[in-house]
Design a protein around this ligand. Structure first.
Ligand SMILES: NC(=O)c1ccc[n+]([C@@H]2O[C@H](COP(=O)([O-])OP(=O)(O)OC[C@H]3O[C@@H](n4cnc5c(N)ncnc54)[C@H](OP(=O)(O)O)[C@@H]3O)[C@@H](O)[C@H]2O)c1
Length: 254
């Protein structure tokens, strides 16, 4: 491992992001952890701060000015970001498109698309300064590739993440900065609790009786991507649990 590796993780207060913070800390990386729930960030700083440098940022990725300011204000010991993990995101409104409140669509676009773009724009200069081996991991989803009922804007926002990642690679050619779209399938985190606006029973039912991916599974994928030899770029990884697959096309019949 290189000296002074620094990872910035958005959505570090839960799920994939929290697990990633622990995996990178265990390998000695300095951490910049972002999220809106400050108390969770403080708990992580308290525990992981015993192992590595931890800088926390209470930040809503939708607020572009706050994101820019937070990155400009980074203390010198974590300012040279090696890896950005654009992980903050959410799905809302699992019901059919025609029943969804417009506000839920807008929240997904503002978070998964605009939020990811805000953080990317603010952090890119640091990745470019780092050059070879710098890595951006954007958390997409199988929903960005495959349609399913109730995915509407969520899946479309993750398709944006994939295409944005590919397009960035074209512009970053020659800079040494790598970009990966990491697209998980079903994984047990707080994701479904958020999607159902706090319906614990619905969340438990979704994961019961099967073997979803864990947050740890995805965190280890992130670490693998970030620590590949500098000359390698994984463009896209799609990972499902073995117990998830597709179904036949739906047909409307008389
Ligand atoms: N779990 C799955 O099945 C699955 C599958 C494929 C892709 N994904 C994607 O994986 C990523 C992580 O999700 P997860 O499964 O780990 O869900 P999670 O446990 O609900 O974590 C989501 C994280 O995103 C943060 N976040 C949400 N809105 C934010 C905002 N406006 N500003 C800043 N942070 C925000 C949350 O932090 P705060 O609430 O503290 O701000 C939280 O830390 C998301 O992009 C999700 O779409 C999940």
């Amino acid at each position: 491992m290189k000296a002074n590796n620094v990872v910035l993780i958005t959505g570090a207060t839960s799920g994939f992001g929290e697990a990633a913070a622990k995996v990178f800390a265990a390998a000695g990386w300095s951490l910049i952890l972002c999220g809106r729930r400050l108390s969770r960030l403080e708990t992580l700083k308290e525990t992981l701060g015993q192992q590595v440098a931890v800088h926390i940022i209470e930040m809503d990725v939708r607020n572009s000015a706050a994101v820019k300011q937070a990155i400009e204000d980074l203390p010198a010991d974590v300012a040279d970001i090696t890896t950005l993990i654009n992980n903050a995101g959410l799905a809302l409104a699992p019901q059919p498109a025609q029943q969804v409140d417009l506000a839920d669509w807008q929240t997904m676009i503002d978070t998964n698309v605009s939020g990811l773009v805000n953080v990317t724009h603010a952090v890119l200069p640091a990745l470019l300064r780092h050059g070879a081996g710098a890595t951006m991991i954007n958390i997409g989803s199988i929903a960005g590739q495959w349609p399913y009922p109730g995915s509407h804007v969520y899946g479309a926002s993750k398709a944006f993440v994939k295409q944005f990642s590919y397009n960035l690679r074209c512009d970053l050619l020659g800079t040494g900065v790598r970009v990966t779209d990491l697209a998980p399938g079903i994984a047990e985190t707080e994701f479904t609790l958020v999607r159902t606006k706090g319906d614990r029973a619905a969340s438990d039912t979704l994961y019961r009786g099967t073997t979803p991916l864990s947050a740890q599974d995805i965190a280890e994928q992130m670490f693998y991507i970030a620590t590949l030899p500098d000359h390698m770029n994984i463009n896209h990884i799609e990972v499902m649990p073995v117990r998830q697959a597709w179904q036949p096309f739906a047909i409307d019949r008389d």
